[in-house]
Design a protein. Sequence first.
Length: 437
Amino acid sequence: MNGAWPLTPLEQLLVEAQGGDLHFFARLRFAGRFERAAFEAAARSVLERHPLAASTVARVDGRACWRPGPARARLRWLAEDAPEPELEPETPERVPGLETVVREGRDRTAVTVRIHHAVCDGRGALLLLRDFFVAYARALGREAVPEPLETTRIAARGHLGLRPALAPLQLLGLVGVRRALGRRPLRLPGQGTAPVDSRPAATPPRALDRGSSDAYRRAARLAGVSENAQLLRDTFVALGHWLRAHGEAPDARRWLRLLVPCDLRTLEHRSLPAANVLSQVYVDRRFRALEDPAALLRGLHGELALIRGWRLELAFLLALAVARGLPPLWRLLVRAPRAIAPTALHTALGPLHVPLALRDGEGRFAVGALVLQELDLLGPLLPHVPVSLTTHRYAGRLTTSLRYDPAVLSSDAAAALHEALEACLLESARRAAPAGR
């Protein structure tokens, strides 16, 4: 095993999964242009500090492993008016899972970064971006201090932190998984006209202004709930509004299901390079629960607190570890049964932390005349899950992104769903009294 890291069960599932598009996309729009030599030096630095981004998957001693590769960036430079490049579907079995495309104009630059989910999760993607900004500034001779990382800790990335006292509680989590398997979540009505094998599409990002973004956070605090619970509530309500607006009146007893990634990072992970340090849970609600948004919010907050307090999110990872030793069950997971697929994926990534020395007056990343004006983060589209919703904060603004399967949703239907979500976020923000009043 020298020079290779065995895949965790989650990584192996993400490599072998059939269908969907298991990439994160970061789309960055800058005012100004990069110094090319500094950009390429920063890209190499990121790969040196985050070895999974430069690795491929291979069989070593009969086991699927990450095989480290050279810190050679997969990077393309294009003119602004060049045709949009086609990023072919790829897996880490063929090439490293990080690829970057830069499109330059006279006074602006667009950068697209594609990261395979097997390399890292969404928080890991934010860490890669932050590291790039710091490395680019340092390549230009600016004062910027990188976060201390220990690449040797990659070998321990699959450690769950499950204390013996918590082990019996995972039985409750497994009971919850079994109960979820018995439900048949509502699927969004098919309105897309694209072929079944079409590539995923995305709507333009929607960012609340600073005042509304602050009010949204304040609304959660005033309600005594987490912002994540409030985001989930608003996503459920938006799905309900969208279904009714499109002539769908589901039975009140039908289930809506959100797949929610759970970040497992603690202070012990601060020096860990980008990797998958997460699990996931199903959050189910009957359609009738959407009729009382306040009660829905309280219930979601309580459920998330229970999951966190009892570490029930670990049940999914434990189930994967067991399934990997049972080939028939593992093959079933790889095929991703359609009948129990979630209605949508909801990923709350939190903020992109820009070092203070690299911020302008609005909190944006800035080095000289180069300013990151807009950041769009698109989550993976899992097999049989037609919608992937992602939220993050950049420069204090709450931003939502929506990626969808065009064989299920038309572009108009996807835009309407995104608009419904934004309207729900704004409604929640309006419930908070303005600061100082």
